[in-house]
Design a protein around this ligand. Structure first.
Ligand SMILES: Cc1ncc(COP(=O)(O)O)c(C=O)c1O
Length: 429
C-alpha cells in the first residue's frame, strides 16, 4: 500500500468538503463556521498537550501559558453569561451533560425530561448519557400546537415524581422553555434544575433568548459551536461560586469524571469565541432571529406546513416544517442534491427517528455569512422549487451555487471578511 496516497486521499476529501460547503447553503441548526482567530488556535501547540486539573493546580508541568488561556476563557465566559461559575473543559455539550449527571445523580435516580420525539437531545434519552448513567426517565407532556412543554402537565409530573433533576433544553427549540414556573416547582420538591442550552447558547449570550440562570436554572450546559460560533466543545455555567459544595461536585464531575486531556487548543479557541461574542454577539443573535422568523414566514407563504405558526413560527435560529408522513429523509436528500444542506427531523406524532416527517433548519451560518431578510426570501423560493414544484434538484443547484458566490465571507468576528471555506494548506505540495 502507498500510505502517502492513503493520507492524501483523506486530505482530498477534506478539500472537497470545503468546496461542497462553500458552494452550498448550510442550514443544519447545530453547525457553524469558525472565525479566523479561532481557527488559528486549532493549529497551535496547545493541540496535543495535557493540562489535567485547574489553572495553577496541575498534574503535569508545562502549563504556564495554558493556565493564562484557561483562566481568560473562564473570566470571559463569566462575563458573557453573567455567571459566577464557568467550566470550559467539557469537550462537547454531551460531555457537559454527562458531567452534571456524574456530579448530581446516582444510578437509579429519577429525572424529568422531554421526549426526544418532542425535541429533547439524545443525551437526555434512554439510549444516550442519561441512560448510560442509569437514570429513570419521566417525560413531560408536550403541547404540539404551541411547540412547547405543557406547563401544567409538567408541573404535575414534577410534583408526583419528585425527581433528583428536572431537565430542560431541546434540540428542536423554537420557543423559550417556561422555565420560571417549572423551576419553582422543581425546587419545591428538592430537585435541581438543569438547562441544556446547546443550541441557543449564542442567543442567550447575545441577550436575545431566555436567561436560564436568572429564571431558576441551577446549572446551564451548552455546546460552543452552534449559535455560539466557537470551536467544537462544551461549557458549564452556574450562579454559585466555586466554594459551594454543589460546584465542587460539578468540578469533580468534569475531571476526573468525564475528561482527562480536554483539548487545549479548543479551550484557546473558546476564549477567543467568547471575546468575539462579547463584541458582536448581540448584533449577531438579533439578526439570526430576524432571519429565522423571515424564512419561516416566507416558507409558510410558499405553501409549507411550518410548525409554531400561531406563535410567530420561531423565537430562535430554528424552523421546523412537515413534508408528509415519514418523508423527511427523502426531502432532505433532494435538498442536498440542490445544494441545500439540512436534516430530516422528528415532528410531534412521529414514532421512528429514522422515518421522520419533518425538516429542521437553522439560519445561524447563513447569518454569519452576512445574509439578511432579503436573502431569506430568495432561499424560501429555492425550497419551493425543490419540494413543492418538483423541479430537478440539479437545475436548482446551479442557481444555488451562483447565489452562494456572494456569501463566503465571515462576519460578526475580528478580522471579518475572510473566506470561510478556503482550504488552508500547511504542506504546499
Ligand atoms: C440540546 C442538545 N444538547 C446537547 C447536544 C450535544 O452537543 P455536542 O454535539 O456538543 O455533544 C446537542 C446537539 O446538537 C443538543 O441539541
Amino acid at each position: 500500500m502507498d500510505w502517502l496516497k492513503e493520507a492524501l486521499f483523506v486530505r482530498e476529501m477534506a478539500m472537497e468538503n470545503n468546496r461542497m460547503f462553500g458552494d452550498a447553503l448550510p442550514m443544519i441548526a447545530s453547525e457553524n463556521i469558525l472565525s479566523p482567530l479561532c481557527k488559528e488556535m486549532l493549529i497551535t501547540d496547545f493541540h496535543g498537550r495535557y493540562a489535567e486539573g485547574n489553572p495553577g493546580k496541575r498534574y503535569y508541568q508545562g502549563c504556564k501559558f495554558f493556565d493564562e488561556v484557561e483562566s481568560k476563557a473562564i473570566e470571559l465566559a463569566k462575563i458573557l453569561f453573567d455567571a459566577r461559575y464557568a467550566d470550559v473543559r467539557p469537550t462537547s455539550g454531551t460531555v457537559a451533560n454527562m458531567a452534571v449527571f456524574k456530579a448530581w445523580t446516582k444510578p437509579g435516580d429519577k429525572v424529568t425530561v422531554l421526549d426526544t420525539a418532542d425535541g429533547a437531545h439524545i443525551s437526555f434519552g434512554k439510549w444516550g448519557a442519561a441512560g448510560l448513567r442509569g437514570l429513570e426517565l419521566h417525560t413531560y407532556p408536550f403541547d404540539s400546537e404551541a411547540m412547547n412543554i405543557d406547563v401544567d402537565g409538567a408541573a404535575k409530573l414534577i410534583r408526583s415524581v419528585e425527581p433528583k433533576l428536572a431537565l430542560f433544553g431541546q434540540s428542536v427549540f423554537l420557543f423559550p422553555t417556561p422555565l420560571k414556573e417549572l423551576a419553582d416547582v422543581a425546587h419545591e420538591v428538592g430537585a435541581k434544575v438543569v438547562y441544556d442550552a446547546a443550541h441557543v447558547l449564542g442567543l442567550i449570550a447575545g441577550g436575545k433568548f431566555q436567561q436560564p440562570l436568572k429564571e431558576g436554572a441551577d446549572v446551564m450546559t451548552g455546546s460552543t459551536h452552534k449559535t455560539l460560533p466557537g470551536p467544537q466543545g462544551g461549557v458549564i455555567l452556574a450562579n454559585k461560586t466555586r466554594e459551594s459544595q454543589d460546584i465542587k461536585y460539578l468540578d469533580w464531575g468534569v475531571f476526573p469524571g468525564v475528561t482527562s486531556s480536554y483539548h487545549l487548543h479548543h479551550v484557546a479557541a473558546k476564549a477567543i469565541a467568547f471575546a468575539e461574542h462579547l463584541a458582536f454577539g448581540k448584533e449577531y443573535a438579533e439578526q439570526i432571529i430576524r432571519n429565522a422568523k423571515k424564512l419561516a414566514e416566507e416558507l409558510y407563504n410558499q405553501g409549507f406546513d411550518v410548525l409554531g405558526r400561531n406563535h410567530g413560527f420561531t423565537e430562535s435560529h430554528q424552523i421546523l416544517f412537515k413534508v408528509g408522513k415519514e418523508k423527511g429523509g427523502e426531502a432532505a436528500q433532494k435538498l442536498e442534491e440542490a445544494g441545500i444542506i439540512a436534516n430530516m427531523n422528528m415532528v410531534p406524532g412521529d414514532e421512528h427517528p429514522m422515518r421522520p416527517s419533518g425538516i429542521r433548519l437553522g439560519v445561524q451560518e447563513l447569518t454569519r455569512l452576512g445574509m439578511k431578510e432579503g436573502e431569506m426570501e430568495e432561499i424560501a423560493k429555492f425550497f419551493k422549487r425543490v419540494l413543492i414544484d418538483g423541479e430537478e434538484p440539479a437545475k436548482v443547484k446551479k442557481d444555488v451555487v451562483e447565489f452562494k458566490k456572494n456569501y463566503r465571507k465571515i462576519h460578526y468576528c475580528f478580522y471579518e471578511g475572510e473566506d470561510a471555506y478556503e482550504y488552508i494548506k500547511l504542506v504546499q505540495k
